[in-house]
Design a protein around this ligand. Structure first.
Ligand code: HEC
Length: 187
Protein backbone atom coordinates (compact mmCIF):
# COMPACT_ATOMS: atom_id res chain seq x y z
CA UNK A 1 0.00 0.00 0.00
CA UNK A 2 2.74 2.40 0.97
CA UNK A 3 4.63 1.57 -2.19
CA UNK A 4 1.60 2.48 -4.23
CA UNK A 5 1.34 5.86 -2.56
CA UNK A 6 4.98 6.58 -3.26
CA UNK A 7 4.54 5.63 -6.91
CA UNK A 8 1.47 7.85 -7.11
CA UNK A 9 3.38 10.76 -5.56
CA UNK A 10 6.12 10.41 -8.18
CA UNK A 11 3.54 11.11 -10.86
CA UNK A 12 1.63 13.83 -9.08
CA UNK A 13 4.50 15.84 -7.55
CA UNK A 14 5.91 17.23 -10.81
CA UNK A 15 2.45 18.46 -11.82
CA UNK A 16 2.15 20.33 -8.53
CA UNK A 17 5.54 22.03 -8.84
CA UNK A 18 5.50 22.69 -12.58
CA UNK A 19 2.58 24.23 -14.41
CA UNK A 20 2.45 24.02 -18.18
CA UNK A 21 1.76 27.37 -19.83
CA UNK A 22 1.66 28.67 -23.38
CA UNK A 23 2.98 31.90 -24.85
CA UNK A 24 0.11 33.95 -26.31
CA UNK A 25 2.28 36.62 -27.98
CA UNK A 26 6.02 37.02 -28.58
CA UNK A 27 7.63 38.02 -25.28
CA UNK A 28 11.04 39.08 -24.06
CA UNK A 29 13.04 36.57 -22.03
CA UNK A 30 15.16 37.68 -19.09
CA UNK A 31 18.02 35.85 -17.42
CA UNK A 32 17.71 35.08 -13.72
CA UNK A 33 19.79 38.28 -13.28
CA UNK A 34 17.22 40.26 -15.32
CA UNK A 35 19.36 40.71 -18.43
CA UNK A 36 17.49 40.63 -21.75
CA UNK A 37 18.43 37.29 -23.32
CA UNK A 38 16.02 36.67 -26.18
CA UNK A 39 12.51 36.37 -27.53
CA UNK A 40 9.97 33.64 -26.81
CA UNK A 41 7.58 32.97 -29.70
CA UNK A 42 3.81 32.60 -29.61
CA UNK A 43 2.69 28.98 -29.15
CA UNK A 44 5.73 27.86 -27.16
CA UNK A 45 5.04 25.67 -24.14
CA UNK A 46 6.96 26.55 -20.98
CA UNK A 47 7.06 25.04 -17.52
CA UNK A 48 6.71 27.45 -14.65
CA UNK A 49 7.48 27.46 -10.94
CA UNK A 50 6.51 30.72 -9.27
CA UNK A 51 8.12 33.39 -11.46
CA UNK A 52 10.77 31.18 -13.06
CA UNK A 53 10.36 29.31 -16.33
CA UNK A 54 11.97 26.44 -18.19
CA UNK A 55 11.97 25.83 -21.90
CA UNK A 56 13.04 22.57 -23.53
CA UNK A 57 13.85 22.17 -27.19
CA UNK A 58 16.48 21.40 -29.80
CA UNK A 59 19.18 23.53 -31.40
CA UNK A 60 21.27 22.97 -34.48
CA UNK A 61 25.01 22.68 -33.89
CA UNK A 62 26.59 25.97 -34.96
CA UNK A 63 23.24 27.82 -35.06
CA UNK A 64 22.29 27.55 -31.43
CA UNK A 65 20.47 30.89 -31.31
CA UNK A 66 17.15 29.39 -32.53
CA UNK A 67 15.50 26.83 -30.24
CA UNK A 68 13.26 24.46 -32.21
CA UNK A 69 10.45 22.15 -31.10
CA UNK A 70 12.43 19.09 -32.15
CA UNK A 71 15.09 17.90 -34.56
CA UNK A 72 12.28 16.78 -36.88
CA UNK A 73 9.72 19.55 -36.46
CA UNK A 74 11.33 22.91 -37.03
CA UNK A 75 8.88 25.05 -35.15
CA UNK A 76 10.70 28.03 -33.66
CA UNK A 77 10.23 28.25 -29.89
CA UNK A 78 12.66 31.04 -29.09
CA UNK A 79 15.49 33.17 -30.40
CA UNK A 80 18.39 33.55 -27.95
CA UNK A 81 20.91 36.38 -27.97
CA UNK A 82 24.38 35.06 -29.00
CA UNK A 83 25.83 36.11 -25.63
CA UNK A 84 23.42 33.93 -23.70
CA UNK A 85 23.63 30.67 -25.65
CA UNK A 86 25.97 29.61 -22.83
CA UNK A 87 22.95 29.65 -20.47
CA UNK A 88 21.54 26.54 -22.20
CA UNK A 89 22.05 23.14 -20.65
CA UNK A 90 22.81 20.47 -23.26
CA UNK A 91 21.34 17.04 -22.52
CA UNK A 92 22.19 15.05 -25.56
CA UNK A 93 23.63 15.37 -29.03
CA UNK A 94 22.49 13.37 -32.04
CA UNK A 95 22.86 13.47 -35.78
CA UNK A 96 19.83 13.42 -38.09
CA UNK A 97 19.62 11.47 -41.34
CA UNK A 98 21.11 14.41 -43.28
CA UNK A 99 24.18 14.56 -41.06
CA UNK A 100 23.06 17.66 -39.15
CA UNK A 101 24.07 17.61 -35.50
CA UNK A 102 21.28 18.51 -33.02
CA UNK A 103 21.50 19.24 -29.31
CA UNK A 104 18.64 18.74 -26.88
CA UNK A 105 18.63 21.72 -24.53
CA UNK A 106 16.93 23.24 -21.50
CA UNK A 107 16.98 26.87 -20.52
CA UNK A 108 15.86 28.64 -17.34
CA UNK A 109 14.67 32.21 -17.52
CA UNK A 110 12.29 34.88 -16.28
CA UNK A 111 9.75 36.90 -18.24
CA UNK A 112 9.21 40.60 -18.65
CA UNK A 113 5.44 40.16 -19.01
CA UNK A 114 4.25 36.84 -17.55
CA UNK A 115 0.66 37.89 -18.27
CA UNK A 116 1.30 36.88 -21.86
CA UNK A 117 1.10 33.22 -20.78
CA UNK A 118 -2.15 31.24 -20.89
CA UNK A 119 -3.01 27.85 -19.39
CA UNK A 120 -5.23 26.68 -22.18
CA UNK A 121 -3.57 25.95 -25.51
CA UNK A 122 -6.90 26.32 -27.32
CA UNK A 123 -7.12 30.02 -26.47
CA UNK A 124 -4.05 30.74 -28.58
CA UNK A 125 -5.13 30.28 -32.14
CA UNK A 126 -8.65 31.69 -32.54
CA UNK A 127 -7.60 34.46 -34.91
CA UNK A 128 -5.33 32.17 -36.95
CA UNK A 129 -8.05 29.51 -37.29
CA UNK A 130 -10.32 32.16 -38.75
CA UNK A 131 -7.61 33.44 -41.10
CA UNK A 132 -7.00 29.89 -42.31
CA UNK A 133 -10.59 29.70 -43.55
CA UNK A 134 -9.60 32.11 -46.34
CA UNK A 135 -7.48 29.34 -47.85
CA UNK A 136 -10.67 27.53 -48.81
CA UNK A 137 -11.91 30.18 -51.23
CA UNK A 138 -10.06 28.83 -54.30
CA UNK A 139 -9.50 25.15 -53.49
CA UNK A 140 -10.28 22.84 -50.57
CA UNK A 141 -8.84 23.76 -47.18
CA UNK A 142 -6.04 21.26 -46.83
CA UNK A 143 -6.06 19.07 -43.76
CA UNK A 144 -3.30 19.99 -41.32
CA UNK A 145 -1.79 16.51 -41.60
CA UNK A 146 -1.42 16.74 -45.37
CA UNK A 147 1.81 18.69 -44.84
CA UNK A 148 4.52 18.46 -42.19
CA UNK A 149 5.57 21.23 -39.77
CA UNK A 150 8.58 21.78 -42.03
CA UNK A 151 6.48 22.12 -45.20
CA UNK A 152 3.77 24.53 -44.04
CA UNK A 153 5.95 27.68 -43.86
CA UNK A 154 6.94 27.52 -47.53
CA UNK A 155 3.33 26.79 -48.56
CA UNK A 156 2.19 29.87 -46.70
CA UNK A 157 4.95 31.91 -48.32
CA UNK A 158 3.65 31.03 -51.79
CA UNK A 159 -0.05 31.41 -50.84
CA UNK A 160 0.09 34.48 -48.58
CA UNK A 161 -0.70 36.96 -51.35
CA UNK A 162 -3.57 34.77 -52.55
CA UNK A 163 -5.04 34.91 -49.06
CA UNK A 164 -4.27 38.63 -48.64
CA UNK A 165 -2.32 38.14 -45.42
CA UNK A 166 -0.09 40.82 -43.96
CA UNK A 167 3.47 39.79 -43.14
CA UNK A 168 2.48 39.37 -39.47
CA UNK A 169 -0.64 37.35 -40.27
CA UNK A 170 1.23 34.99 -42.58
CA UNK A 171 3.81 34.30 -39.87
CA UNK A 172 1.08 33.61 -37.34
CA UNK A 173 -0.94 31.31 -39.61
CA UNK A 174 2.27 29.51 -40.53
CA UNK A 175 3.08 28.70 -36.89
CA UNK A 176 -0.53 27.75 -36.21
CA UNK A 177 -0.43 25.22 -39.06
CA UNK A 178 2.91 23.85 -37.88
CA UNK A 179 1.47 23.08 -34.43
CA UNK A 180 -1.77 21.66 -35.84
CA UNK A 181 0.06 19.34 -38.23
CA UNK A 182 2.05 18.05 -35.29
CA UNK A 183 -0.92 16.80 -33.34
CA UNK A 184 -0.93 13.04 -33.34
CA UNK A 185 2.27 13.09 -35.37
CA UNK A 186 6.00 13.43 -34.72
CA UNK A 187 6.72 13.96 -31.07
C1 HEC B 1 -6.86 33.22 -54.77
C2 HEC B 1 -6.97 31.76 -54.76
C3 HEC B 1 -6.19 30.98 -53.72
C4 HEC B 1 -6.18 31.16 -52.36
C5 HEC B 1 -6.96 32.19 -51.53
C6 HEC B 1 -5.28 30.15 -51.83
N1 HEC B 1 -4.78 29.37 -52.82
FE1 HEC B 1 -3.64 27.71 -52.60
N2 HEC B 1 -3.59 27.43 -54.61
C7 HEC B 1 -4.23 28.25 -55.54
C8 HEC B 1 -3.93 27.76 -56.87
C9 HEC B 1 -4.43 28.38 -58.19
C10 HEC B 1 -3.10 26.63 -56.71
C11 HEC B 1 -2.48 25.71 -57.80
C12 HEC B 1 -1.39 26.39 -58.57
C13 HEC B 1 -0.24 26.76 -57.74
O1 HEC B 1 0.38 25.88 -57.13
O2 HEC B 1 0.08 27.97 -57.68
C14 HEC B 1 -2.92 26.45 -55.29
C15 HEC B 1 -2.18 25.44 -54.72
C16 HEC B 1 -2.07 25.21 -53.37
C17 HEC B 1 -1.37 24.09 -52.78
C18 HEC B 1 -0.67 22.98 -53.53
C19 HEC B 1 -1.65 21.90 -53.81
C20 HEC B 1 -1.05 20.71 -54.54
O3 HEC B 1 -1.84 19.83 -54.89
O4 HEC B 1 0.17 20.67 -54.74
C21 HEC B 1 -1.48 24.22 -51.44
C22 HEC B 1 -0.94 23.27 -50.37
C23 HEC B 1 -2.21 25.43 -51.16
N3 HEC B 1 -2.56 25.99 -52.37
C24 HEC B 1 -2.49 25.91 -49.90
C25 HEC B 1 -3.11 27.14 -49.66
C26 HEC B 1 -3.21 27.74 -48.36
C27 HEC B 1 -2.67 27.16 -47.08
C28 HEC B 1 -3.88 28.91 -48.54
C29 HEC B 1 -4.19 29.95 -47.46
C30 HEC B 1 -3.04 30.65 -46.91
C31 HEC B 1 -4.21 29.03 -49.94
N4 HEC B 1 -3.71 27.93 -50.59
C32 HEC B 1 -4.94 30.05 -50.49
C33 HEC B 1 -5.04 29.33 -55.25
C34 HEC B 1 -5.31 29.84 -54.00
Amino acid sequence: MRKRIIVLMLFILPTIFFAKEYVSENIEMLSLKNESIGLLYKGTEVKSTENKYTLSGWVMDGNEYIIFYSDKARIKLARIDENFIKNMKVYKIQEDEYGVKWKKVDMNFKLKSPKSLVNNENELWKNEAELYQRCGSCHKTFDFHEYTPNQWPSIIKTMKNNAGYSKKESKEVSVYLQYQSLKGKIK
